[in-house]
Design a protein around this ligand. Structure first.
Ligand code: GLU
Length: 381
């Protein structure tokens, strides 16, 4: 559905956002001719990010630009680089990129943390959980994670390939509520604004429909690998995971402040029944590795939407590793839920019946308080 600017988009759009993923494309960050990082622009973006952090919002940046920056330093010219040249460029450019973010945010006493992800890290459960826990820890410590694809070792067949979808995957992984794609366009148009001066801008997309998908056309400007096609793919991933998304004009200085001040952009509304791909994956897995049995109190807590704590566990059966999928059985032996265990079966058996604060003394390390976090738990229908 396409609608006029709604109250949601008109009010200060980031007011209620708690966890924001900001995706920054190469075309914004890197001068096309010189291959240099646009430091002033980045400093202004750093001001915007610091401003959001001061208002208690968590911010994670997904940044492109490693290849665009690195190729210049390696003297790689020509319109098309070979895969290994791109990878060499990324290895050089990523250092410079990370350093530039470091500088831009150090001015505000904000620590930057670099995270390079491969598709396995978001698609495989255990790695997904690990990456998620690390990112959550960084956010809780006040750092701003800067994420890119691990381009240097990715192969052509197994890549995210574009950071729009990587941004959406990361937003989904960390349960972000808002994903902002900073772009060289200020949103979605009914037709291509570069060729049609009368193209109508769309302020709000309530739902992804074939009509909306058709508006993407074929895209891709300069050396950025994104375009409207990958942005709409990102919108699909994010919105079905319950995360709203916006395509925002990123070229001007202070793009986030401008957006908050009412600059034009396109919002994609989050689905209001977002069981998310992850929960669907959990619910539909066919091969659970073990079972956790609960007492009546823990069963009640679960059905009220809470996490599963070791204290309510009466028995652990099967052999599973951290991140594996297990079934959860209630006091009368029936399956009541499925979820991803935060501990392997041996450790789970050791901590069953114990308070979470005793975990460290029992296992010798401090893991999560929950045996299964509610984000990783789906009640059986
Ligand atoms: N990961 C690539 C880079 O940093 C960019 C991918 C994209 O443009 O979306 O150069």
């Amino acid at each position: 559905m396409v609608a006029a600017l709604s109250a949601m988009a008109a009010a200060s759009p980031l007011k209620d956002a708690k966890r924001i993923v900001v995706k920054i494309g190469s075309a914004l960050l890197v001068h096309q001719e010189s291959g240099r990082i646009r430091r002033e622009w980045l400093a202004a973006l750093g001001d915007d990010v610091a401003n959001l952090r001061r208002r208690g919002k968590e911010v994670l940046i997904v940044s492109s630009g490693a290849i665009a920056v690195g190729r210049r330093h390696l003297g790689l010219v020509g319109p098309e680089l070979k895969l290994e040249e791109k990878q060499a460029a990324a290895a050089t450019g990523q250092i410079r990129l990370a350093h530039a973010y470091e500088e831009a945010l150090a001015r505000h006493d904000i620590t930057v943390a670099q995270i390079l992800l491969s598709p396995e890290d978001t698609e495989q459960r255990r790695r997904h959980l690990n990456a998620r826990a690390t990112i959550a820890t960084l956010l809780s410590l006040g750092a701003v994670p800067v994420v890119n694809e691990n381009d240097t070792v990715a192969t052509a067949e197994i890549r995210f390939g574009d950071n729009d979808r990587l941004g959406a995957r990361v937003a989904q992984m960390i349960s972000a509520d808002t994903l902002l794609l900073l772009s060289d366009v200020d949103g979605l148009y009914e037709s291509d604004p570069r060729t049609d001066p009368n193209a109508r801008h769309i302020a709000l997309v309530e739902r992804m429909t074939p009509e909306i998908e058709a508006m993407a056309g074929t895209a891709g400007t300069g050396y950025a690998s994104g375009g409207m096609v990958t942005k709409l793919a990102a919108a699909r991933i994010a919105t079905t995971a319950g995360c709203r998304m916006a395509i925002v004009a990123g070229i001007p200085m202070h793009p986030l402040a401008a957006m908050e001040a009412g600059a034009r952009c396109t919002w994609f509304q989050a689905s209001d029944t977002p069981r998310g791909a992850r929960k669907n994956w959990i619910a539909s897995a066919i091969n659970p590795a073990g079972t956790v049995h609960l007492d009546a109190g823990a069963e009640r807590a679960l059905t009220q939407g809470r996490s599963l704590l070791p204290a309510g566990v009466t028995e652990v059966t099967g052999r599973f590793k951290r991140g594996d999928l297990v079934t959860v059985h209630g006091a009368n032996g029936q399956e009541i839920a499925r979820g991803l265990a935060a501990y392997g079966s041996e450790d789970a058996a050791l901590i069953q019946g114990h308070k979470s604060r005793e975990i460290e003394a029992i296992l010798g390390y401090r893991g999560r308080d929950e045996l299964i976090h509610r984000d990783d738990l789906v009640l059986t229908d």
